[in-house]
Design a protein around this ligand. Structure first.
Ligand SMILES: [Ca+2]
Length: 169
């Protein structure tokens, strides 16, 4: 019985935190006002600019357009850190991206897919001084063992120790 608990705890901690890469693709969204915009566990907050349009008729199914300059911040809804690996942008030739860890990207091209390797960030800021379209923002929330899993693992290890002591006595 105790061994079973240990095995259960082991599989719980292995399988309860799968890699969770998501692509913020704005598919099917029509929204001019939500703030933050939320998709797949992430917030996109806007501040210091007039408005945005998220339209399902942009970029074959949906994209975000910021009007006359954008200042956006991406965070995870859970508050867990996350990895940032790529995004598509067009409509502007000037973007600056920064993270809380000091990562910086200054865009020079006005269109394309940018690939990055930013790890364990808590937020990303996008700043543009002109119109900007954004799509396919790829993010991966960093696995953090949940307290319940840790508690179960502890219980399992305690059980394992107990059953070992019983065998040797
Ligand atoms: Ca899209």
């Amino acid at each position: 019985m105790k061994g079973t608990i240990a095995i259960l705890a082991f599989f719980t901690i292995i399988f309860s935190n799968p890699s969770s890469a998501v692509v913020i693709d704005f598919t099917g969204v029509n929204d001019h006002y939500s703030n933050p915009y939320q998709e797949d566990g992430f917030n996109i907050n806007r501040h210091n600019f007039g408005h945005w349009h998220i339209h399902s008729n942009y970029n074959d199914g949906g994209a975000l357009f910021t009007h006359s300059g954008g200042d956006l911040r991406i965070t995870s809804i859970s508050g867990n850190p996350f990895d940032f690996t790529s995004f598509d942008i067009w409509g502007t030739s000037h973007i600056v991206l920064t993270s809380n860890l000091g990562d910086t990207l200054i865009g020079a091209s006005n269109i394309g897919t940018y690939s990055l390797n930013w790890s364990n960030v808590s937020w990303i800021d996008f700043t543009s001084n002109g119109n900007m379209y954004l799509d396919n923002i790829t993010l991966n929330e960093t696995s953090v063992p949940e307290p319940a899993s840790l508690a179960l693992l502890g219980l399992g290890l305690a059980g394992l120790g107990f059953s070992r002591r019983k065998k040797t006595s």
